[in-house]
Design a binder for this molecule. Structure first.
Ligand code: SF4
Length: 275
C-alpha cells in the first residue's frame, strides 16, 4: 500500500477569514480529534512531508504539539497559514516548521482584499519579515491568479522583490481550483492562467524564483482530517479514500490514482524546467 510522499493535514476547518477564493469552504466534517495518532500513522506509512493546513491551522491551540510530534517522527513540516496570528504565535510554532506558505493576492491592502480581507495584506508582510529571520525555514508566497489580479502580477512581484535576496524565498502562482465560493467571479481558464503565469516567470527571471501550478487537480492530492479520514477532490466534491488509522478501509484504487496523478504533475513541472 503506497501513500504519496506529501499529504495535507486539515488541522481544523475553522477560519478567521472568508476568502472569495477559498477551496476549503465545504470540507468534510469530523467528530473525533486524534492528531497525534494521525501524525504517527502517516509516518509509519512512509509519508515524508506533512502539510499543516485548514481552515486556518493557527486557530488550533494544539498546533505546536502537533508540529513538535511531526518533527520527532522525522517528517518535513510545511505550514500553510493566512498569517493573521503568526505575529502573536510565531515563537511557539516556527521552531518546528521547515517550510511555510502565505497567501497574497494583491500589491496593497485594497487589491489584496478583493480576494482576502482588509488588514490581511499587512499581516502577510509582517509574517514574511518574521519568517525570513529564521535561517532554516523555506518560505513561499502563494498567489491565486484570478480575473481580479491577472493584470497586477507585476505589481505584486514588485512588493515581493524585497524578499528575493533570500535564497529560501519563492513565489508560487496557483491556478484557482473549481472548489470555490464564487467561481464565476474569479476563475480563469487554464490557458489564460498559463499565459499570464509564464509571462510573470519570464518577467522576474533572475530576480524572483517563480513557479506556477499545473492543471491536474482531480484525485491528485490526499487530505487527512483530524479523525483520520482521508479524502481527495474530484471537481467540487470530496471523495473518501478510507481512514489512515484503519488499514482495512483504505481504497487502494484511489491511492494508486493519486500517486499516478502526482507523477503526471511532476512530469509537467520537469518539462517546464527544460524549456
Ligand atoms: S482560503 Fe484559507 S484563509 Fe481564506 S477562508 Fe479559506 S481557509 Fe481561510
Amino acid at each position: 500500500m503506497s501513500f504519496p510522499n506529501s499529504v495535507d493535514y486539515i488541522v481544523t476547518r475553522k477560519c478567521d477569514m472568508n476568502c472569495g477564493v477559498c477551496w476549503g469552504s465545504n470540507m468534510p466534517d469530523y467528530k473525533k480529534d486524534m492528531p497525534i495518532d494521525v501524525i504517527d500513522a502517516v509516518t509509519e506509512n512512509g509519508v515524508k512531508q506533512l502539510v499543516f493546513t485548514g481552515g486556518e491551522p493557527l486557530l488550533e491551540d494544539k498546533l505546536p504539539d502537533m508540529l513538535y510530534r511531526a518533527k520527532q517522527d522525522g517528517l518535513t513540516t510545511f505550514l500553510f497559514t493566512n498569517t493573521n496570528l503568526l505575529g502573536q504565535r510565531h515563537k511557539e510554532i516556527l521552531p518546528y516548521v521547515d517550510k511555510t506558505s502565505f497567501s497574497l493576492d494583491g500589491y496593497n491592502d485594497e487589491t489584496n482584499a478583493q480576494a482576502r480581507k482588509p488588514g490581511h495584506f499587512a499581516n502577510v508582510l509582517q509574517a514574511l519579515d518574521i519568517t525570513s529571520k529564521y535561517p532554516d525555514i523555506s518560505f513561499q508566497v502563494l498567489t491565486v491568479v484570478t480575473k481580479k489580479n491577472k493584470d497586477i502580477l507585476d505589481d505584486i512581484g514588485a512588493v515581493l522583490k524585497k524578499y528575493a535576496d533570500n535564497p529560501r524565498f519563492t513565489w508560487k502562482l496557483n491556478y484557482y481550483q473549481a472548489i470555490g465560493r464564487h467561481p464565476e467571479k474569479f476563475r480563469l481558464d487554464y490557458e489564460e492562467f498559463e499565459t499570464v503565469a509564464q509571462k510573470t516567470v519570464e518577467r522576474f527571471a533572475g530576480v524572483i524564483p517563480v513557479r506556477y501550478s499545473v492543471p491536474v487537480h482531480d484525485i491528485a492530492y490526499l487530505f487527512i482530517m483530524p479523525d483520520g479520514n482521508m479524502y481527495t477532490t474530484v471537481g467540487e466534491d470530496y471523495v473518501q479514500a478510507g481512514n489512515i488509522l484503519k488499514p482495512e478501509t483504505w481504497n487502494q484504487n484511489i491511492l494508486d490514482e493519486i500517486n499516478r496523478n502526482i507523477a503526471e504533475r511532476e512530469k509537467v513541472i520537469a518539462g517546464r524546467m527544460k524549456r
